[in-house]
Structures are given as structure tokens and as C-alpha cells.
Design a protein. Structure first.
Length: 367
């Protein structure tokens, strides 16, 4: 289980903020009287877009010392923790002071009134004409008149960081933007001086991705049989049993929480993947540990070598991989799959000709 929770929403990570210039069609909607800048660093401590530090505690279910398919046999669990930062895609960004915004609205209205007077236009309800839109610009700043003389408090406006926008995958950014706007209906929010900026919004999708990237999955460890002679060699032409041991995970579960949003991640693997020079592998699941009396051919995970490792310097590199596929669901209704993670390790395995090292002619597995 991975528990992710906010431990600090301050702006210690301001240097991590890199605000790119988003395309007009993907920007958060902004009133014409709102600040026009959409790039630059978040200087100061009043910007709501500071990175969020989260604590990640992870635990995995492992195959234990006896291999198994992950559904039975000997299993164990382990846990670890780490901290990572999350930069929100969308948040309320610091804008003008009360005095600055009131002045801007006054100017906009004056310009609009003069233009309408010259064009003899009447304000339209749908905002199809720019003058009527500006005339009503104060409507998105609730009670702005009461903050007209305030030079310390600030208005915050909805903002989505365009540096997250990927033209190859616009849906992801658009979904983040949509979720933020639906959860935060106010286009502009007033924050008095000295009060904390609105907490950044972290979606279930973003939480899941960050948590999954933070999870550290141990590399696989294995045991083999036979082990012949002082080197513990396997033999050419004989099925070598392979099974997972120690901390080789069979599944991972993660839970991430930021504010009111929670994401749950589940990940699993179909088993070990084996490969080696001069070897042919057949493996299902995580293998079964060899024990005396077990019949030949009963292992679900084996590799057979057709040549000794003499030409490779004395050992043959056996590569073991475990691929984990993951999916997530969020309390905000989000769900999907996450990029697969593959862990890898290598065992240098001596492979000998049977006549060279076998000392028990009845069963070389017992040497």
C-alpha cells in the first residue's frame, strides 16, 4: 500500500516552477481586465501555484523464498517511504491588488462606454461585442468596489500552466483544465493580505502518475537448480529451474491523497522473463522452488542451455526481468492506465558440460 499525503503546501519549491506560454485555446479563461502575463517565475510567497510536497509510503507483496505464482505459496511484504514534489497543472494565480484591479476595471468600462457611444451600440447579453464584454468585466470580480482602496490584498484568477500541454496528447491537459474549472467555479477569488493563497488543485490522474513514478520496486532475485560442484554450476542440456526469492515483488498497491482527492493504484506482473546467451527459456509466473523428490519437468519456469559458459569467460549472464502493468482510479472520477515499469537484474551463472562436474550420476540436482 502506498499512502501519499500532503505535508506542506508552501512555496519552497518556487525554483521548480517553470511556467511556459500555453496556446490560446488551452489557457484558463481570463477576464480582459485580469493580468495578461502567462509566463515567468512565481516570485514571492503569495502565488497559489507552489509545488506540493507529498510523502510516499510504499509496500509490496513478494514471492517470498519459495517462488510461486503470486496467488499462493510463501509470500511476504516490505515497505519504504520517500518524499516527492508535485507541481499542479491548474491553480489560482496571483493577480492585481484590489486597487489595481478596480482601476483597470474603471479604465475598461470607460473605453467601452466611449466606443459604444461612437458606434451607437447597445450592450449585448452574449458578449458578442467586445465593448459590452468589457462593460461587464467587473462582474467576475465579486464586490470589487469594497476592495478599491486595498493595496495589499490580491485577486487570484484561474490559471492552467501551458508547459504541461502536449500537442500529441491534448486530452490529458484538457481533462485537467476541465476538472479544475468544475471544482472551482469562481473565475476570480479575493485573498486579503496575510492570508494563504487558495490551495493548488491536484487531480486524481496527476496524483496517480506522480505516486507511481515515486514507487521504488526492488529488482528481482532468483535461485536456480541444479548447482553442481564448487562453482554451483548448472548443466548443458538439463532444465535449469528458476524461481523468485527474497524481495521480488509480485504486486504493488498504491494510495495517494492530496487535499480532498485520492488516487488508488494497483499493479501486478505475470511473472519472470528470462533470457541468456545459448539458452532457451520457458517461464510462467514466478517459478517454484526445487525440493528433493520433485519430478523433472514439473517447474513452470525453466531455462535450458545448449553450450557451456567456457567461451563467455566462465559464466553465462542470465537476465531476469519483471514487467508491472498498473491502473488507477481517483475519487474525482478519473481512471486509466499508467506506464509499465520493468525491473531487471542479472545473475552470472556457470554452465558446465555434464561430464565435467557431475559427481552424483543418479541426480545432478542433488550435488
Amino acid at each position: 500500500m502506498v499512502n501519499v499525503k500532503i505535508v506542506n503546501t508552501g512555496l519552497a519549491g518556487l525554483l521548480l516552477l517553470c511556467l511556459g506560454v500555453p496556446a490560446p485555446e488551452v489557457l484558463a479563461e481570463m477576464d480582459k481586465s485580469a493580468p495578461s502575463e502567462v509566463s515567468g517565475s512565481a516570485e514571492g510567497t503569495d502565488d497559489g501555484g507552489g509545488v506540493v510536497t507529498i510523502s510516499v509510503e510504499s509496500s509490496v507483496t513478494t514471492a517470498g523464498s519459495g517462488g510461486g505464482d503470486g496467488s499462493g505459496g510463501v509470500t511476504s511484504s516490505s515497505s519504504s517511504s520517500t518524499e516527492v514534489t508535485v507541481k499542479p497543472v491548474c491553480y489560482y494565480k496571483a493577480g492585481k491588488t484590489g486597487a489595481e484591479q478596480a482601476s483597470q476595471i474603471d479604465k475598461n468600462k470607460a473605453v467601452a462606454a466611449e466606443r459604444q457611444k461612437k458606434q451607437n451600440q447597445k450592450p449585448t447579453k452574449n458578449g458578442s461585442g467586445r465593448p459590452s464584454y468589457i462593460l461587464k468585466s467587473g462582474n467576475t470580480y465579486p464586490d470589487y468596489e469594497s476592495h478599491r482602496d486595498d493595496t495589499q490584498g490580491r485577486w487570484y484568477f484561474r490559471y492552467c500552466d501551458g508547459s504541461f500541454y502536449d500537442p500529441k496528447n491534448p486530452e490529458e491537459f484538457n481533462n485537467e483544465r476541465k476538472a479544475f474549472f468544475e471544482a472551482n467555479r469562481d473565475q476570480n477569488i479575493w485573498v486579503p493580505a496575510g492570508q494563504q493563497a487558495p490551495r493548488p488543485y491536484i487531480s486524481g490522474t496527476r496524483l496517480a502518475k506522480v505516486a507511481w513514478e515515486a514507487v521504488k520496486i526492488p529488482a528481482p532475485t532468483v535461485e536456480t537448480n541444479p548447482k553442481v560442484g564448487t562453482q554451483g554450476a548448472t548443466l548443458v542440456g538439463m532444465d535449469t529451474w528458476v524461481w523468485a526469492t527474497g524481495s521480488t515483488p509480485t504486486s504493488v498497491t498504491a494510495r495517494a491523497t492530496a487535499g480532498s482527492t485520492t488516487a488508488t493504484i494497483t499493479a501486478g506482473s505475470s511473472g519472470l522473463q528470462l533470457s541468456a546467451p545459448d539458452g532457451k527459456a520457458s517461464c510462467t509466473g514466478f517459478g517454484i522452488a526445487w525440493h528433493q523428490g520433485m519430478p523433472e519437468g514439473s517447474s513452470p519456469c525453466m531455462i535450458s542451455f545448449n553450450r557451456s559458459s567456457a567461451h563467455l569467460g566462465g559464466t553465462t549472464p542470465l537476465t531476469i526481468k519483471v514487467a508491472y502493468s498498473a491502473s488507477y482510479s481517483g475519487s474525482d472520477g478519473s481512471s486509466g492506465t499508467l506506464p509499465a515499469i520493468t525491473t531487471t537484474s542479472t545473475v552470472n551463472l556457470p554452465v558446465a558440460e555434464v561430464q565435467t562436474l557431475t559427481t552424483n550420476h543418479n541426480n545432478p540436482r542433488q550435488n
